[in-house]
Design a protein around this ligand. Structure first.
Ligand code: S3P
Length: 170
């Protein structure tokens, strides 16, 4: 089984992916962490400030390609992967794609609780615009959509389990 979690910054992808991996006995992979390791960078913010977003997207694409044939894995993606079809194709190959859907306000709340804000959330008005343009993309790629607003982590996990079963590809 290959599960790919997509969704906006602050949608809870990493926590849900970690728990799903535990629950199903799968390997957990965080794409942002993979990028840092592969390219020897200290943080995503460092990549954005030193190399720029375009370079980050290239790194993201390379990591996505390396994940094309991965099995028995739950992958937490960065919120921007959906912006690039060439990144998405290898990433979602043979995968069940789950969109963790969140309202902008909930996402903002979660992000502001983090120690460091993601670079594309530094300006809230711009982040909101980004959110609006990305929602249709998340929907386009998703096999399963889970609404995470006012939903506990356990409830999200339970809903995913039910929907994966319904999809019959578990
Ligand atoms: C990004 C989201 C971040 C990270 C980078 C770009 C985006 O990941 O990949 O800052 O474009 O939405 P999270 O969604 O895990 O915060």
């Amino acid at each position: 089984m290959k599960i790919v979690l997509i969704g906006f910054m602050g949608s809870g992808k990493t926590s849900v992916a970690q728990e799903l991996a535990k629950k199903f006995g799968l390997e957990f992979i965080d794409m942002d962490e993979m990028i840092l390791k592969r390219f020897g960078m200290a943080s995503i913010n460092e990549i954005f400030s030193q190399k720029g977003e375009q370079e980050f997207r290239k790194m993201e694409g390379e990591v996505a390609r390396s994940l094309a044939n991965k099995e028995n894995v739950v992958i937490s993606t960065g919120g921007g992967v959906v912006g690039n079809e060439q990144t998405m194709q290898p990433l979602i190959k043979d995968a069940e794609v789950i969109h963790l859907k969140t309202g902008f306000e909930s996402a903002e709340k979660r992000v502001t609780q983090k120690e460091v804000r993601p670079p594309l959330f530094e300006d809230v008005a711009k982040a909101r615009q980004l959110y609006e343009t990305r929602i249709p993309l998340y929907e386009k790629y998703a096999d399963i959509i889970i609404d995470t607003d006012n939903t506990s982590l356990n409830e999200v996990l339970a809903q995913i389990e039910v929907k994966l079963g319904q999809d019959g590809r578990e």
